[in-house]
Design a protein around this ligand. Structure first.
Ligand code: ZN
Length: 154
């Protein structure tokens, strides 16, 4: 398991050091949604363009701890170019990952969440061991949800 944890740490540091989809989009046509995690001081701004039910572009700016910024980068890579139905599925899976607490400590998280389907997002599963950091990891996702609500209310 130590090997996996090192790999996960590496993925998180890689996304923190070279964040994917960093930048701004002209708004409009893009929506601009701000998220803030007062517990840690993390800030995220998410720009979204949805065209014909597909999240065609996503860009982000922000600052904060490595977990918040790496999670934002991982999220953007996971949802960019995907149909909204896939995007919402990813969001649900990620939220499930963040709510598997004790099971994750026993290494049984894979029973509740299929880690293989998550790809690099699985790297964030270690965060559930540190409840105070969960808000850091979910900030970008909650901001994405808010942005999607503005575009197409559910
Ligand atoms: Zn944070």
């Amino acid at each position: 398991m130590a090997g996996m944890e090192d790999l996960y740490k590496e993925i998180i540091m890689d996304h923190y050091r070279s964040p994917r989809n960093r930048g701004e989009l002209l708004s409009p046509p893009a929506t601009r949604t701000e998220g803030f995690n007062p517990l840690c001081g993390d800030e995220i701004v998410v720009y979204l363009i949805v065209d014909d039910g597909v999240l065609t572009d996503i860009k982000m700016t922000g600052q904060g701890c490595s977990i918040s910024q790496a999670s934002a980068s991982l999220m953007s890579a996971a949802v960019k170019g995907k149909p909204l139905s896939d995007v919402r599925e990813r969001i649900d899976t990620f939220k499930a990952l963040m709510t598997v607490h004790e099971a994750a400590l026993d290494g049984e998280a894979s029973d509740a969440v299929d880690l293989r389907r998550l790809g690099e997002l699985a790297a964030l599963q270690g965060v559930v061991k540190f409840p105070v950091r969960i808000k850091c990891a979910t900030l970008a996702w909650n901001t994405l949800i808010q942005g999607l609500e503005e575009i197409s209310p559910t």
